[in-house]
Design a protein around this ligand. Structure first.
Ligand SMILES: [Fe+2]
Length: 200
């Protein structure tokens, strides 16, 4: 049987490809935190605006641009701007509740400190009314799918895609940097009555 993956959900992956600098690690590890559901998050929720993360911001912006070009491939002059950005801290035994990112187009999660078994789970929309326990799991019969969360890895995904982090099993505090994006520029087509220009 030949199958075609009609209208797939793009999840993008990129890697920093270098070590974190002591300045970057110091900045991220020392941020003041507040409680979240299951873990803690930085009080600062525009962390990528700080000069300490200029180089990381460039890598993340370039990756978002690559993802946008490879998936949306817009005809007009429009790009995705990083809006809010924050850090998540999950100590051993903690987790990150299931959620999505409203008021954002593409979101990203970037791993700054991880344990060998760390993962992120994504979930399919809707409720499976008819459920057949499968012999093996695949992209068609699964309600969730996980990817490895390792040091320096960036994962980009549609902001409406729900995701969660299970209980951290290793010895280290799992630290990730998350961010949202929104389009700036020419979004629609005025002739099609979908025109929308979003200024920076
Ligand atoms: Fe998230």
């Amino acid at each position: 049987m030949n199958l075609h993956n009609l209208f797939p959900t793009p999840v993008g992956f990129a890697e920093l490809g270098r070590e974190f600098t002591p300045e970057e690690l110091f900045f991220i590890r020392e941020l003041e935190t507040r409680p979240n559901q299951g873990n803690t998050t930085s009080v600062n929720n525009f962390v990528l605006r700080d000069a300490a993360l200029t180089s990381l911001r460039s890598f993340l912006e370039d990756s978002v641009g690559d993802y946008f070009k490879a998936t949306v491939n817009p005809k007009h002059n429009v790009s995705l701007r990083i809006t809010q950005s924050w850090c998540n801290y999950s100590e051993p035994g903690q987790f990150h509740h299931k959620h999505a990112h409203p008021n954002s187009y593409i979101s990203g999660v970037f791993y700054v400190q991880t344990n060998p078994e760390d993962r992120i789970y994504f979930y399919r929309d809707g409720w499976q009314q008819i459920k057949f326990p499968p012999e093996t799991w695949n992209a068609y019969n699964s309600e969730s799918w996980w990817f490895e969360a390792y040091l320096g890895r960036l994962i980009l995904f549609p902001s409406s895609l729900t995701h969660m982090v299970p209980e951290v099993k290793g010895e280290k505090t799992r630290i990730s940097l998350s961010f949202n994006t929104f389009p700036v520029g020419v979004v629609g087509e005025e002739m099609d009555l979908t025109g929308l220009r979003l200024e920076a």
